[in-house]
Write a protein that binds this ligand. Sequence first.
Ligand SMILES: NC(=O)c1ccc[n+]([C@@H]2O[C@H](COP(=O)([O-])OP(=O)(O)OC[C@H]3O[C@@H](n4cnc5c(N)ncnc54)[C@H](OP(=O)(O)O)[C@@H]3O)[C@@H](O)[C@H]2O)c1
Length: 292
Amino acid sequence: QLPGAAATLRGATAVVTLEPCDHTGRTGPCTEALLEAGIARVVVARRDPNPQAAGGIDRLRAAGVEVVDDVPAELAATAAALNRGWEHGLVHARPLVTAKTALTLDGRAAAADGTSQWITGPAAREEVHRLRTTCDAVLVGTGTARSDRPTLTARRPDGTLHPRQPLRVVMGTSEVEDLPVVDGAGEALHLPTRDPSAALATLFDRGIRHVLLEGGPTLAAAFLRAGLVDELIVHLAPTLLGAGRPGVADLGITTLAQRLDLELTDVAPLPTPGGGRDLRLTLRPRITPTPG
Ligand SMILES: NC(=O)c1ccc[n+]([C@@H]2O[C@H](COP(=O)([O-])OP(=O)(O)OC[C@H]3O[C@@H](n4cnc5c(N)ncnc54)[C@H](OP(=O)(O)O)[C@@H]3O)[C@@H](O)[C@H]2O)c1
């Protein structure tokens, strides 16, 4: 909707990441809102893959609006990335899950005493805060909420809050009332369950389409075992601990043939103070098990 803005928008161009819908769902048709506002030209980065909602481009053209739908590939790719969670929800009826973890070179997520702040440098940590702004919810287990006492807000390097904050979610059966993650700095939710599918179903019902799973190792393992991780982002620090918490808890794998292979889709260095480098690995679990 474009409340009260019609006078200033008459004759304007609207640039949208997704074909304006032409149906009434939770809100009215976007096409109607654009027509009422007097928009003269609409640039559409991506056609709506939802057959129920499609038809917006035809409707706008029929009403005399100029529609540009052959945008440069780079713009279409950016729009696709922005729409990822939403499109995933259409197909799978659950949120897209990105699991993020910071690991030492020997795969540790925390030292033997439980400390893990910080394994990686400031660039990696800043990236996590940016990632939080692109997701609808940030999820941790009660173990992490208790040991690290994170607020899970998305902050700039100077500590100020980003304008777009994710829903902060803690999952697990124990109490969390006394923890910073459920304080007053934004919307927060406790899911008193250990069932990853049930947790995602609750979040989906609340309109959450992209979840950033920030650990810890127990929760990451539970989601991986359930086949509910779509993408992994690993910040790998060139440092060793030799002991401590492994990045992922028991996956129920007892022999090499059962291993969970991942496909590496991107590798990028992230600078650390003093001229060093962390690595950002982007991976996705392979759907088909490795033979033999
Ligand atoms: N390096 C990193 O990126 C990173 C990230 C996060 C945490 N950490 C470190 O990890 C450590 C905490 O690890 P953690 O494994 O205890 O934390 P966790 O995975 O955050 O929480 C584990 C707790 O979550 C609850 N839970 C929810 N779903 C579950 C399920 N399906 N199965 C089992 N338990 C479930 C259980 O508590 P209930 O009794 O409440 O049900 C369980 O004890 C800390 O040392 C922290 O610093 C590191």
